[in-house]
Design a protein around this ligand. Structure first.
Ligand SMILES: [Fe+2]
Length: 215
């Protein structure tokens, strides 16, 4: 285990300790699939700092949806979404590698980027932020930053590779403005597949109680 690490995120000074790391690894065990130790620790620390920078106490406290105002899952958490997308992305890469010997993908970057793709939701989905934005919609926007935007901030602040920041930045609509990397292309379709299958499989909740909470 690396030493405790101090970072500043969202104007908060955060000391990342082993207890915080263990809780992140409990919620997202696929972090252990990353072979490179520095990248594995970097993803763990990025999530630990991301959660600590918000009013949330764990990844699973976030609304389990694609956007702050879209319908949530009937059951399952935001961590389940991120884990499922990561597992699908790895399966897509493995499928191509088996049939097409010339196909090469950076497996560590694929896993790290998939696990971090929605890390910026700690900002977009933070109930305190949503309440603040909705109370004065024209002040800083609603949301002020979507999760890809805040995801870039976290990834770069935490020293994660450019390839991972790119996946947080451009896995969704923002990526239509640029050319996605191979790993981000796989992630993009795994993420969209997740939400399309949820819709077709009737896995969305009938009502959105998250946005019905009083402001
Ligand atoms: Fe996602």
């Amino acid at each position: 285990m690396p030493a405790a690490r101090m970072v500043t995120l969202n104007n908060k000074t955060i000391t990342i300790d082993d207890g915080m790391r263990a809780r992140i690894l409990d919620e997202m065990p696929e972090i252990r699939w990353i072979a490179d130790a520095a990248l594995r620790d970097g993803v763990t620390d990025a999530w630990a700092a991301a959660v600590a920078s918000s009013s949330l106490s764990r990844i699973g406290d976030m609304k389990p949806s694609g956007n702050y105002d879209s319908r949530p899952l009937r059951s399952g958490s935001q961590a389940d979404h991120i884990r499922s997308v990561t597992r699908m992305a790895v399966k897509i890469a493995e499928e191509f590698a088996q049939l097409f010997p010339g196909f090469t993908v950076d497996r560590d970057i694929l896993i790290a980027g998939s696990l971090c793709h929605d890390i910026g939701k700690v900002w977009e989905f933070d109930p305190e932020n949503v309440r603040r934005w909705k109370a004065a919609p024209r002040k800083v926007g609603v949301p002020s930053l979507r999760h890809p935007g805040y995801g870039i901030h976290i990834c770069l602040t935490m020293g994660l590779p450019e390839a991972v920041a790119h996946m947080a930045a451009a896995h969704s609509g923002e990526g239509e403005l640029l050319t996605r990397s191979l790993e981000n292309t796989i992630l993009h379709w795994a993420d969209y597949t997740f939400w399309r299958v949820v819709e077709a499989g009737d896995l969305f909740a009938d009502t959105d109680r998250w946005l019905e909470q009083p402001n």
